[in-house]
Design a protein around this ligand. Structure first.
Ligand code: FES
Length: 162
């Protein structure tokens, strides 16, 4: 069944008709040509498709587009309002990528994670004795990098958290 919805992506309103079974990731990539969010696993395991939904991190491959009708979505392209976001600058300064496929999801997730930490949201499993790098590793564990660039990703995010 088709239905008409509005997706607000990086501050731009898009009106479109979608099959009710369409994920928001497919609606963005295939219907709107918004390719910042990547399709890695399509099963909620890699984080390449991460978006901010009203500032909270979500895996867009797991969510139906109809559930996002009218919601404020943010991709890596809209984080800094036309400028690089501090997290994006830190990724560049730390050379925190290799092939770059996971980077939009990593950056979006890191922005959401920094906000969660500032809001005082506790980590589910990080012991209190853990250092900041361990905390970042745990909180970013939903974002995988097949190249294994974690050695630079983690310090980039730690720098922003500090
Ligand atoms: Fe969504 Fe991997 S593509 S978590």
């Amino acid at each position: 069944m088709d239905t008409e919805i509005t997706l607000v992506v990086d501050g731009v309103e898009h009106r479109l008709t979608v099959d009710t079974r369409t994920t928001v990731l497919d609606a963005l990539r295939e219907r709107l040509g918004i390719t910042g969010p990547k399709k890695g696993c399509d099963h909620g395991q890699c984080g390449a498709c991460t978006l901010l939904l009203d500032g909270r991190r979500v895996n867009s491959c797991l969510m139906l587009a109809v559930a996002f009708d009218g919601a404020d979505l943010r991709t890596a392209d809209g984080l800094g309002n036309g400028q690089l976001h501090p997290v994006q600058r830190a990724f560049i300064e730390h050379d925190a990528f290799q092939c770059g496929y996971c980077t939009p999801g990593q950056v979006v997730s890191a922005v959401g994670m920094v906000q969660e930490m500032h809001d005082g949201e506790p980590s589910a499993v990080t012991p209190e004795s853990a250092d900041l790098s361990d905390e970042v590793r745990e909180r970013m564990s939903g974002n995988l990098c097949r190249c294994g660039a974690y050695a630079n990703v983690v310090p980039a995010i730690v720098e922003v958290v500090r």
